[in-house]
Ligand binder design. Structure first.
Ligand code: A2P
Length: 279
């Protein structure tokens, strides 16, 4: 597995195993175990996914040394603020069965319950993140679903800049301005829903491109994500697909095809505007 280097010099495997909608039961444990067996060394979970204990169980069962696996989790929407962050982070450690996480993200910039106070609340949350980072309990801190104005606001009080912004990035949903802004500020883009949560499989241009390269549509998407400098987080509970989604290093998409895929505007919908969601 290849690595990106984060702005604080921590190395992160270039593909992560996504677990959104992966259940917190044997199916979830087996999915993460299959991923680890297939060679993934980066697992992306969240308090809000409700499956941290399945992830923790799989990590233990795999027998792979903890230090060889990069685990990301995210602060849930109902627990913003300094004290809430501290409390819920301890629960994350218990659920994952570990004494540190590799990365911890603010999952959403302005959940509904903080919609009027998100600027102040994120500043307090981030202070807790920075303390946990300084204490060695988190190796890198970051954000998710932040748009430019949320990042600018956070930077007014942050001592440590976010190492990543995890956003929805997939064919036809490329958030170009935000991507350029993050790249300019050395914030790595993590791409969730790199397969458009499965919707990409019915897009004819993707089928044609997959045939042309002799690859699957999923492999084309993941390769496209990597060639953009993103860190894709494909999700699957099927062991064959899990293996397939990692087999993306032996070919290269042409510039022309990269542009064509980016230009499939809206083919799998668009990311939610955090300022307008009702959660
Ligand atoms: P499953 O979990 O049954 O494999 P995203 O990563 O964009 O959220 O997309 C996840 C969706 O794509 C899931 O429905 C998953 O189904 C499906 N999926 C993941 N990998 C593949 C693959 N290689 N081929 C077909 N479907 C896939």
């Amino acid at each position: 597995m290849e690595f990106y280097t984060l702005s604080n010099n921590v190395k992160i495997p270039v593909i992560g195993f996504g677990t959104w909608q992966t259940p917190n039961d044997d199916t979830g444990v087996n999915a993460v175990l299959s991923a680890l067996k297939a060679g993934y060394r980066h697992i992306d979970t969240a308090q809000g996914y409700g499956n941290e204990s399945a992830v923790g169980k799989a990590v233990k069962l795999s027998g792979i040394p903890r230090g060889d696996i990069f685990i990301t989790s995210k602060l849930t929407n109902s627990m913003h603020g300094y004290d809430n962050t501290m409390t819920s982070f301890e629960q994350t450690l218990r659920d994952l069965g570990t004494d540190y996480v590799d990365m911890f993200l603010i999952h959403w910039p302005n959940p509904l319950q903080y919609r009027e106070t998100w600027q102040q609340t994120n500043a307090e949350t981030w202070k807790a993140f920075e303390e946990l980072y300084e204490a060695g309990k988190i190796r890198a801190i970051g954000i998710s679903n932040f748009r430019r104005h949320h990042i600018d606001e956070l930077m007014k009080t942050a001592k440590i800049p976010p190492a990543v912004n995890q956003i929805r990035l997939c064919p036809g949903d490329t958030q170009d301005e935000l991507v350029a802004y993050c790249k300019e500020h050395d914030i790595l883009l993590e791409a969730y829903s790199p397969l458009g949560t499965g919707k990409i499989f019915s897009v004819p241009q993707m089928r044609e491109t997959a045939e042309k390269y002799g690859k699957s549509i999923a492999q084309i998407c993941i390769r496209w994500s990597l060639q953009n400098g993103f860190l894709p987080l494909p999700k699957s509970v099927n062991s064959d697909r899990i293996t397939e989604n990692l087999d993306v290093f032996g070919f290269e998409l042409s510039d022309e095809d990269m542009k064509m895929i980016a230009g499939l505007t809206g083919c799998v919908g668009f990311s939610n505007d955090p300022d307008k969601t009702n959660w």
